[in-house]
Design a binder for this molecule. Structure first.
Ligand code: ZN
Length: 253
């Protein structure tokens, strides 16, 4: 048996016996759905001027630039579908193996795969949020309207400033979501950190918090992370494959 397979069997045993398993996901789980990792070279962050949250609030031209970028980006994931990794995590939740998923992703693929308990640390690009009246809407009509009219959309309810329901640069993370994620991490006896480089805080603090609170920590990521040294297992094979293999061992137990 290969080193990796023996690691996977051990992890599946931990999952089978866990009372409160929690998963943290990052961009790596969605690359197998064709969504690029925006931090990678050639990703949109190297291509576009960053529109900071205070600019968005203050300036119509910043809002135009924001919508222009977001609509181009939207085409890259508007049609994306969940992959094997997303689907297995949804199944684990349905089977009572998993408390839920904490994600850094904004693509909504966990919910599309059937996950119900999802904490979105950076919000969701599937919805629009009005900064003035806090109303939420499906994002699609706003994207379609911008592409058709080349004009910044406004809130249908109050004519206020509307943006994706995501956390922009310079915008603070939603405190209630972050508190819940910290609570899950503290109460977890197993945390799997999947497809995250674990360099962006506060998400990167959650596996550390889980570990300090007594959980086993499993890292599934293509590249090294700063927490590899404290992890109980580190798996580097493609994410969909690793999760599917863990699932097949865990199901057999
Ligand atoms: Zn509004």
């Amino acid at each position: 048996m290969s080193q990796t397979l023996s690691g996977i069997e051990e992890v599946s045993g931990w999952l089978a016996s866990a009372r409160s398993a929690v998963v943290l996901t990052g961009a790596g789980i969605s690359t197998e759905s064709g969504i690029p990792d925006f931090r990678s070279p050639g990703g949109v962050w190297s291509k576009y001027r960053t529109v900071f949250f205070d600019e968005f609030q203050a300036s119509e031209s910043a809002r135009y630039e924001y919508w222009r970028q977001k609509c181009e980006l939207h085409r890259q994931f508007g049609d994306a579908q969940p992959n094997a990794g997303h689907r297995v995590l949804a199944k684990w939740e349905a089977d009572g193996r998993l408390r839920g998923v904490i994600t850094q992703n904004i693509d909504g693929l966990h919910q599309m795969a059937g996950s119900r308990r999802v904490l979105e640390l950076h919000g969701t690009a599937r919805q629009a949020l009005c900064l003035d009246c806090q109303a939420r809407f499906d994002i699609e009509p706003f994207v379609a309207q911008f592409l058709a009219e080349d004009r910044v959309p406004t809130c249908p309810q109050c004519a206020g400033r509307i943006k994706h329901a995501t956390v922009s640069f310079g915008q603070i993370l939603p405190a209630d979501v972050l508190e819940e994620a910290a609570r899950w991490s503290e109460e977890a006896d197993l945390m799997l950190a999947i497809g995250s480089s674990l360099v962006v805080t506060p998400a990167a603090d959650l596996p550390r918090l889980a570990k300090q609170s007594g959980a086993r920590l499993v890292i599934v990521n293509r590249d090294e992370t700063p927490l590899d040294g404290v992890a109980d297992a580190v798996l580097r094979d493609p994410i969909g494959q690793v999760i599917t293999e863990i699932d097949s061992f865990a199901t057999a137990k």
